[in-house]
Structures are given as structure tokens and as C-alpha cells.
Write a protein that binds this ligand. Structure first.
Ligand SMILES: *[C@@H]1O[C@H](CO)[C@@H](O)[C@H](O)[C@H]1NC(C)=O
Ligand SMILES: *[C@@H]1O[C@H](CO)[C@@H](O)[C@H](O)[C@H]1NC(C)=O
Length: 271
């Protein structure tokens, strides 16, 4: 895959929308019409399935947590344009997600960018849809002038994901994912800083890493993410990480045993 080309100056007309605090929350439909200025940097947000899937209570074919083989790698949440003040633009252009435009990427997206929930995601312009529709409409449409269209958006996110392999970066600092051990948060941050060239933002849930974000400038060079104190608005207290954190694994069979007997067993779904 080629790196999405950075288009020259394109003036975009931005349509403002109140941005939700949680990316997983339902996206709001465009309400106001304040123009949104060009973003300052990108955050590539990665999810640690071991943390998220531990609270799975419902399975369906589209939920990555429900595959018979547990996901043991960071998967993609999204590529998010952000502002240096800790806020971000969202739902910038009235263009709807079209699966047809990214069909060649479908297999790779299924593998590395799965939804980890069953519920449909809120979208800006079409109400509810796929996780990918949510990411494109809410964030992708605000990625100009670096990204111009849907295919470029997903291609760029995948390129960055493959180029900067967090699992490999962590193992360069003797941090092995999935072994359930506790690691000092500062070691995790320093290891990424050293291997990647910018400090990551880490979001936790009950002492485990839920998300790890890598940040890039508009030339796609690694840069620091905002420190959590600056980004207070986007990371609530409960998402703060303790001094020692884990990268847990999960057992799809265990998810299955938590089901009502009328629900579909997780293990029926294969990757
Ligand atoms: C990242 O590196 C690990 C360890 O080398 C490998 O198993 C995994 O497939 C890589 N992930 C991606 C997305 O390239
Ligand atoms: C962020 O939170 C920390 C600790 O809760 C606080 O000290 C700091 O002033 C906050 N920063 C902003 C920009 O709100």
C-alpha cells in the first residue's frame, strides 16, 4: 500500500459539530454550523482487545471479541485529527461512508480494525452503521488536507499501523504483551518514546491498558501526543492509568459461558 499522498493546499469548508467525549458514544448529528479549522496532528488510536473483551457480555458475528481465537494484538480504533488544545473537529463534511470504496481493504480491516462491540456505531450523516462508517464520518472527514477521501483515510491508518508495530516496539523494551504481567507505566511510555520517537497517550480501564495512541504531525512524522493533563477533556479520571499496568488476555470460551443460554455461543464465530 502506498502512503496516502499529502495533497497540496485545499481549502475546506468545515461544518462544526459538538464533539462527543467518548468516541464510542453515539456521534451527534451536525447541529451548529461553526466552521472547523484545520486539525493540528493525528492520533492513531489502538485498542487492546484483552481489556475490552473482558467485559463482553453479548456476542454477534461482527464483534471481534467473539472470535474463537482471542485477539492478541493491538487493533485499530481510528485515526483521529486533533487540535493542540485537546479538542478535535468532527463530522466535517457531508459525505457518507460507502463500503464499496474500500472493498479491496475489507479482509485487512476485518483482521486489524474489527469492532469490539455488537452495537452499531453512531455516524454523522447516516444515523447508525459500521464501526468503520463511524470512524470515517466522524474523524476521516476532518482529515483534510492530508486525507481527501475514504479510501485514502483507511489506507493511511493501515499504513501507519503496519509501519509502527506497537507489539514490536514494546518487546524492544522487554515488555511482552499478553503475558498478564504488571509493567510500570513509565517503562511502557519510555519504551514507546524511544522506539517510536514521540510519547504515546495511554488510556486505562481498571488497571489495564485499554487504548494506546501514537501521534503524528501532518507530515506523518512521529510526535508527542498531548500529556493527559492537557487532554483532560478527552480522558476522564476513570481512564487514568495507575503506576503499574497490565496487558491482559481473555478467553473467548469464558465470554461464552457468561451468556444466557439463548444467546449464540461465541465460539461459533471464527476469525
Ligand atoms: C507486529 O509484530 C508482531 C511480532 O513481530 C507480529 O506478530 C504481528 O503480526 C505484527 N503486527 C502487525 C500488524 O504487523
Ligand atoms: C488536568 O487535571 C489535572 C489533575 O486532575 C489538573 O491538575 C490540571 O490542572 C488539569 N488540566 C487542565 C488543562 O484542565
Amino acid at each position: 500500500m502506498t502512503m496516502a499522498t499529502k495533497a497540496a493546499c485545499v481549502l475546506a469548508v468545515w461544518v462544526l459539530v459538538a464533539s462527543g467525549l467518548s468516541d464510542l458514544g453515539s456521534a451527534r448529528a451536525p447541529l451548529g454550523s461553526k466552521p472547523q479549522r484545520e486539525f493540528d496532528y493525528f492520533a492513531l488510536s489502538l485498542q487492546w482487545p484483552g481489556t475490552i473483551c473482558a467485559s463482553t457480555r453479548h456476542c454477534c458475528a461482527t464483534n471481534g471479541c467473539c472470535r474463537s481465537e482471542p485477539l492478541q494484538t493491538f487493533t485499530i480504533h481510528g485515526l483521529w485529527p486533533d487540535y493542540d488544545d485537546g479538542t478535535w473537529p468532527s463530522c466535517c463534511r457531508r459525505t457518507q461512508f460507502e463500503m464499496d470504496k474500500i472493498l479491496p481493504l475489507k479482509e485487512v480491516l476485518d483482521k486489524y480494525w474489527p469492532s469490539l462491540y455488537c452495537s452499531k456505531s453512531g455516524t454523522c450523516f447516516s444515523g447508525k452503521g459500521l464501526f468503520w462508517a463511524h470512524e470515517w464520518e466522524k474523524h476521516g472527514t476532518c482529515s483534510a488536507p492530508v486525507v481527501q477521501d475514504e479510501l485514502q483515510y483507511f489506507t493511511l491508518a493501515l499504513d501507519l499501523y503496519f509501519k509502527y508495530n506497537v507489539t514490536e516496539m514494546l518487546s524492544s523494551g522487554w515488555i511482552q504483551v499478553s503475558n498478564g504481567k504488571e509493567y510500570a507505566l513509565s517503562d511502557v511510555i519510555d519504551t514507546i518514546k524511544h522506539a517510536f520517537g514521540g510519547s504515546p497517550q495511554i488510556v486505562c480501564k481498571r488497571g489495564s491498558i485499554e487504548e494506546l495512541r501514537l501521534c503524528f504531525d501532518k507530515e506523518l512524522k512521529p510526535r508527542d501526543c498531548l500529556t493527559t493533563s492537557l487532554a483532560n477533556g478527552s480522558v476522564s479520571k476513570s481512564k487514568h492509568c495507575p503506576r503499574y499496568i497490565t496487558l491482559p488476555t481473555y478467553d473467548p470460551l469464558e465470554i461464552m459461558t457468561q451468556f444466557d443460554e439463548f444467546e449464540v455461543p461465541a465460539a461459533l464465530y471464527t476469525a
